[in-house]
Design a protein around this ligand. Structure first.
Ligand SMILES: [Fe+2]
Ligand SMILES: [Fe+2]
Length: 386
């Protein structure tokens, strides 16, 4: 199992050059912002896209129908959670045999693995928040709830595909008997009630940069939980996490295509949006998670994910580098001087994040402090953070 050192929120703080002043409301600069349970977000910027840019998205409706919607899978060709969990319609003894086999497989998985898997499941289960966020983006939201506009069709169908992820992980975790489902369910309820603050300002330029990054982050994370499940002897769970990761990859491709198109039709506008989101740092969608007990639950969950190598500061830098390459940002032309400064900032950021990570690792090595916390999700058992 890969091991990464836990990072404090300060150790990942970075300040871009003076050309990109920090936004007033982004007071924490870690990729994993600390939980701010029940504290309403202040100074949130709204509707930052100039009205004339609405036309950009209207003009791309034909492209969205042809270039985006084909990336969805027809329901009849989609997997369903039931394909990968014990079949409760079988005679009871056969069903119980399948459940016993599942429990036998999960018996070898360590507690810290379940912390990460539960965190991932909870993140998936807060799907209503993500659909709301996308529908609140100007020019691409679903205005009626059943709008035939391609942007709206995409968002509803994307949500419907995503909805299977939490269901599948939840059913598997429930049958494993390894987690305190009531605490997990409480966390989901708290999280959906709390929402999220991705800093996308109802602005689809910012929103689609965020979703491109975020879908790749979930692809990486589910891919790593799949790898760990395989290493620890649960091939079925490995298949489950791998199947979800494949969906995330397809979704990442779709959102990255939208940004690619925006870079083509409005290079400076899109480049500034990428710089803006990177300057703020991409906030993980479940950053407001709370279980009613641990006010630093998200920070603790993130530290375990970092230690197990499921999602790390290096992954954050890798994703940034991947998107820079995918969008060919280094070679992007037709930019205004402001756009060129944004380009320079974004293209030089990944090495900087890596250097900070190395320094944080070094500090952690010197401190040698060992920290462990109790997680309610696994019946208050202690798990090491570093
Ligand atoms: Fe998902
Ligand atoms: Fe996703």
């Amino acid at each position: 199992m890969q091991s990464y050192r836990c990072l404090s929120t300060q150790s990942l703080a970075w300040a871009p050059s003076g050309r990109y002043p920090r936004h007033r409301h982004r007071h924490l600069q870690s990729p994993w912002r600390v939980s701010a349970v029940a504290a309403p977000m202040k100074n949130q910027k709204k509707h930052s896209m100039p009205a004339e840019k609405i036309e950009v998205f209207k003009s791309l409706e034909g492209w969205a129908s042809e270039g985006l919607l084909p990336l969805l899978k027809p329901v009849e060709h989609c997997w369903q959670p039931q394909d990968m969990v014990p079949d409760s319609s079988l005679p009871l003894d056969e069903f119980m045999d399948q459940v016993k086999a599942l429990r036998h497989r999960t018996a070898e998985l360590p507690d810290d693995y379940f912390v990460v898997l539960v965190g991932d499941m909870i993140t998936e289960d807060a799907l209503p928040t993500y659909q709301s966020m996308i529908n609140n983006l100007d020019a691409v939201g679903d205005e009626t709830g059943a709008s035939p506009d391609p942007w709206a069709v995409w968002t509803r169908s994307w949500t419907a595909e995503e909805n299977r992820h939490g269901d599948l992980l939840r059913t598997y975790l429930y049958l494993s008997g390894r987690v305190d489902m009531r605490m997990v369910e409480k966390t989901v309820q708290y999280l959906i009630g709390a929402g999220m603050d991705p800093g996308t300002e109802n602005n689809p330029y910012l929103g689609f940069v965020y979703t491109s990054f975020q879908e790749r982050a979930t692809f990486v994370s589910h891919g790593n939980t799949a790898r760990l499940a395989k290493e620890r002897g649960d091939p079925v769970l490995a298949r489950i996490c791998g199947t979800i990761a494949a969906d995330e990859k397809r979704h990442e491709n779709a959102y990255a295509r939208i940004v690619e198109k925006l870079l083509e039709v409005d290079p400076t506008g899109a480049m500034l949006a990428i710089a803006d989101m990177m300057q703020k740092r991409i906030t993980m969608p479940a950053h407001l998670m709370f279980d009613g007990r641990d006010p630093r639950l998200f920070e603790h969950f993130s530290a375990v994910a970092q230690r197990l190598g499921v999602y790390t500061a290096n992954d954050y830098a890798d994703i940034l580098e991947f998107l820079i390459g995918r969008w060919r940002l280094e070679k992007l032309e037709g930019l205004t001087s402001e756009g060129k400064r944004a380009q320079e900032f974004v293209c030089g950021l990944a090495p900087r994040i890596r250097r900070l990570q190395e320094r944080a690792d070094e500090r952690a090595r010197k401190m040698k402090a060992h920290t462990a916390v109790k997680f309610s999700w696994i019946f208050d058992k202690q798990v090491s953070l570093n």
